[in-house]
Ligand binder design. Sequence first.
Ligand code: ME8
Length: 533
Amino acid sequence: EKQGDEGVKAFYVSTPIYYVNDAPHLGHAYTTVAGDVLTRWHRQRGEKVWYLTGTDEHGQKIMRTADANGVTPQEWCDKLVEEAWKPLWQHLDIANDDFIRTTEKRHTDRVQEFVQDLYDKGEIYKGGYEGPYCVGCEEYKLPGDLIEDEQGTKLCPIHKKPVEILKEENYFFKLSAYGPKLLEFYEANPGFIQPESARNEVVNFVKQGLQDLSISRSTFDWGIPIPWDEKHVIYVWVDALLNYATAVGYGSDQAKFESTFPADVHLVGKDILRFHAVIWPAMLMAQGLPLPGKVAANGWLMVGGEKMSKSNLTGIKPQDLTSHFGVDAYRWYFLRAIAFGSDGSFSWEDFTARYTSELANDYGNLASRVAAMVGKYFDGALPEATAAGDAERAVRDGLAKAVAEADRKIGEELDFQGGILAVFDFVKQVNGYITEQEPWKVAKDTSPEGRARLATILYTAAESLRAVAVLLNPVMPETSGKLWESLGAEPALGALADQPLADAGRWGQLPPGATVTKGAVLFPRLEEPKKDA
Ligand code: ME8
């Protein structure tokens, strides 16, 4: 399937394109890592995958930040993208296929064409609008969405900052016309919005009736000009959403577009759900383009009971955590600790406790014990399992269950936590198996039967680890690589990334005689424990 799949549609995963008014924080990294795990998972299923991320560079928010820093918006974006955003994704081992910036010509030209097309079709008209606007969200708010502080000032419920009353003569997209079609679409595609709570929120919102959407701004100029009226720039959200099309060849490379678009999964934070589940599909409907498979909303990483944001941070950067726990543990932790779709908080204590018990003790120790025993009792040559019985069958069954469950949860349901737990339950099972079988005692029996039992136990454990390396590779690629190496798997089985997930449970793949080495410690002991302030 891998070669010659030019005509096959890729499984297309996207992250939001992030505002570059500041450096990325834990919240951005959360969504991007989730997308990367999903991408790697599908790649290991043998599918063709396209993973897109990028940056959202227009709009007032960016313009004001650049002004405040005494540089042009373009200079500001160039610097942040090259010095902060791209390096972090590289550091976190993000395997994106492309990185789109909305100031790129490949994007701006196509956005103008798209909007012009809608105008020509009569989907856009000129009108006036006045209402409360949140610059943080770059969004007009409905009066009912606002909250009030003690003085009665109206605040954005997300940013907790005063909204501005904007009055503009603008161009409008006839969004209101799409309500019934959207509801029909949600009804026919129950999996379109995930989780269920997010779906209900969107359905209720649309049922209340949609207003037309102001899609241009004329009070500032940092944006893509409206082609037929250059005093206006295109609303930053219309510009931004179109990245999902322009980045994959919309209007420029028809073959690529058809074999990639639409996205199978748009990963988004729940703060930007309506844009993706309401406005975006309506824009596509208006243009007669196919609609995405799924919009999956992740919950918020919280700090002090509030959504973590640029103005409201833990003070902890992703790099502070990776330098303490390592990149792989970082990738694992947030997906493991927080149910996708639910809110969660970060704490040094919780991360430390899970690192120590689940990664270092359960997983890391299993790997190092097994390698050490193969070294000690069989000179590092993986022995053959000739005396398998009920205990070994139970391990195999456990593996088959873990594979099926992890694939369903991560690959289908985006339940990263459930999928990771399924694999770690299996790790626990293998640890229990070793504890029960007591290979160190069996080793004292040097009869042929004793040797055969010992060989069987160690083969069973090593073969289990082979499967664990494959299953955890999308989550912790560097660690799985070390384990693959330590098991001497590569010569017989090939590269780790090429191991099909569907095959992970097929027993007996490690060849007897494989060279098992102690290798690098998977999860080193942590330096002095860090505590929350
Ligand atoms: O909204 N918890 O960009 P943005 C979890 N440019 N996820 C979080 C988070 C948190 N505390 N904070 C941010 C934009 N995120 C637009 C998107 S897309 C066409 C345009 C993640 O820089 C989450 O995925 O504000 C959220 O949706 C995204 O970052 C918002 O990033």
